[in-house]
Design a protein around this ligand. Structure first.
Ligand code: UAG
Ligand code: ATP
Length: 500
């Protein structure tokens, strides 16, 4: 990594001690990652206060230290006159600013498209990425599905589930610039927006999917959650708004100042889908785009994925492509892994994986799966140890009257007690003692049971966070692959067709 020397007072507002000019190689918020010539930004977190790690950061080679605690900065500034110390009002904001500058402000050279909303971010980001690349507009993407350049997933370390911390975002954007990408699609979570990870990025397009309760363990109220998502639109030139979303659409339509495209299925919108039919290979629908009608055939399943597709099409239109050219590449659009993913196995039942881990997402995917002709519908749902416990019983409520067999299990337990998580989910059932409700404390066991129960003509839907590549158990990220669990089940079974 190249070192550059900066006039620090041109980078940040604050009080300065030590040399006014300093070399900065890279920026980090974690003393354990510091290398010689880095700037260390002290963040006060839930478990630690970064100011207590200044000593370690300096020992590892930090030359610039930024923080909000003047006593701590004064103390170290007196001991290390050759190093620079900057007292700022907001460390996270300083982290975003410095990270961008040190990487050469890469977002300014890219078309940036931010996607926010409770459900559908990864899907909309993947669709947008796929359409733009199919139109030879070289586009990268960042989010839950990892870091992609225009062709493939790249091996960047992912420390946060969806939207990376500011230094990592700008390193990826810098890499995109080096690789001559023209655009970047960035999944923009409410937590990232609240923690200012995206603060310095001025988005060309901001996409809204929907708002339903989620992350209340972090935001506390729906109002705070909505406000965090609204921030994305304050830093965007153009907006794509889901007219069907009752909780956020009106606010956006009334407050967004720049050009906006609305999309919807139920409410009138600039891009409107109607006459939606599921086929064996996907979905057909009529699209009314700014008054012109088109028949669309897309390899996606579920009404909500039509909505996701409209969002991506609207964003690509705002980037500058005509509807006709966008529609010309829809037939081979790339879909994200683990979202309504039909697993191709030589078995007499249909196996589907879906990332639904909110009650709203679960209700939507169940609605779509029901359309597939079946004998019995077997569904695995999960409670997430790491997230809002209030959500858990709502998962049971969403599935109870829809599925014939339900298996309740646990995802990302963290430090939560697995039995407690399962009990919380089961509290949402009207008849928790039904013989058709089963519980398993480990996701692998839940999958095995679902497959054991499956008979000819059934549909098995496995939902939850099975696709992140890991499960967080205690503080540890334990590698986990849903497809491997499924493969090993079949390897240990003789594939005898079970009687109905
Ligand atoms: C709940 C939350 O917001 N956690 C974030 C928070 O962690 P924390 O408060 O526990 O940090 P901490 O351990 O107290 O440490 C405070 C500071 O001291 C530093 N430190 C600590 C120890 C040490 O030896 N040296 C040192 O420098 C830490 O690096 C940190 O900067 O501050 C860290 C540093 O900024 C974040 O990386 C971390 O995100 C973690 C990884 C995370 O998983 N966040 C999730 C909740 C998240 O952001 N999720 C969203 C949404 C996902 C979705 O919608 O699906 C996302 O965008 O991914
Ligand atoms: N527009 C939508 N409305 C409601 N539910 C949706 C929508 N799009 C996707 N879903 C459901 O949400 C699940 C997660 O989809 P996706 O990964 O695209 O969302 P996300 O917002 O990126 O979630 P996360 O941040 O947790 O990755 C899907 O598997 C599906 O069940």
């Amino acid at each position: 990594m190249k070192k550059k020397t900066y006039n620090l007072d041109e980078l940040l507002n604050g009080s300065f001690q030590g040399p006014g000019r300093q070399e900065i190689r890279s920026v980090s918020y974690d003393s354990r990652e510091i290398e010689a010539g880095d700037a260390f930004i002290c963040i006060k977190g839930d478990h630690h206060d970064g100011h207590f790690y200044i000593k370690q950061a300096i020992e590892a080679g930090a030359r610039t230290v930024v923080g909000t605690d003047h006593k701590m900065l004064d103390l170290f500034a007196a001991e290390h006159p050759q190093l620079s110390f900057i007292l700022v009002k907001d460390s996270r904001s300083a982290l975003a600013v410095l990270s961008s500058i040190v990487c050469g402000s890469p977002s300014e050279s890219l078309h940036t498209i931010g996607v926010t909303g409770t459900n559908g971010k990864t899907t909309v980001a993947t669709f947008t990425h796929s359409i733009l690349n199919s139109l030879s507009f070289r586009t990268g993407s960042l989010g839950t599905a990892g870091i992609w350049d225009d062709r493939e997933k790249r091996d960047f370390k992912q420390t946060v589930p969806t939207t990376p911390e500011a230094p990592d975002i700008h390193k990826v954007l810098e890499y995109f610039c080096e690789k001559k990408m023209q655009a970047a699609v960035i999944e923009s979570t409410s937590i990232a927006l609240e923690q200012k990870r995206l603060e310095t990025i001025h988005f060309n397009v901001a996409i809204h999917t929907n708002l339903t309760p989620e992350h209340l363990e972090f935001h506390q109220t729906m109002d705070a959650y909505k406000k965090a998502k609204m921030k994305l639109f304050k830093q965007a030139d153009q907006a794509v708004i889901n007219a069907d979303d009752p909780l956020m659409a009106d606010d956006l339509i009334h407050t967004f100042k720049g050009p906006a495209i609305t999309y919807g299925i139920r409410q009138p919108a600039d891009l409107q889908a109607s006459h939606i039919h599921t086929t064996r290979t996907g979905t057909t629908f009529e699209l009314d785009a700014f008054g012109t009608k088109y028949m669309v055939q897309a390899p996606v399943f579920g009404e909500y994925n039509v909505s996701n597709l409209l969002a991506a099409m609207a964003a690509c239109h705002q980037v500058g492509f005509s509807m006709a050219s966008i529609l010309s590449v829809i037939s081979h659009i790339r879909k994200p892994e683990g979202r309504f993913q039909m697993v191709d196995k030589d078995v007499p039942y249909q196996l589907i994986l879906d990332y639904a881990h909110t009650p709203d997402a679960l209700a939507h995917v169940l609605e779509s799966v029901k359309q597939i002709p079946h004998r019995k519908l077997i569904v695995m749902i999960t409670g997430i140890g790491l997230r809002d416990p209030k959500k858990r019983p709502l998962m049971a409520k969403a599935v109870e009257s829809v599925a014939d067999e339900v298996i309740v299990s646990v995802d990302q337990p963290g430090h939560a007690d697995r039995q407690e998580v399962v009990n919380d989910v089961c509290r949402g059932f009207k008849q928790p003692s039904s013989p058709h409700i089963h519980t398993r404390l480990h996701r692998e066991e839940g999958i095995h049971l679902a497959l054991d129960l499956a008979r000819t003509g059934d549909v098995v839907l496995l939902t939850g966070i099975g696709f992140g590549g890991y499960q967080i158990i205690g503080d540890e990220k334990v590698p986990y692959s849903e497809l491997q669990v499924i493969d090993s089940y079949y390897e240990n079974q003789s594939l005898v067709i079970k009687p109905v």
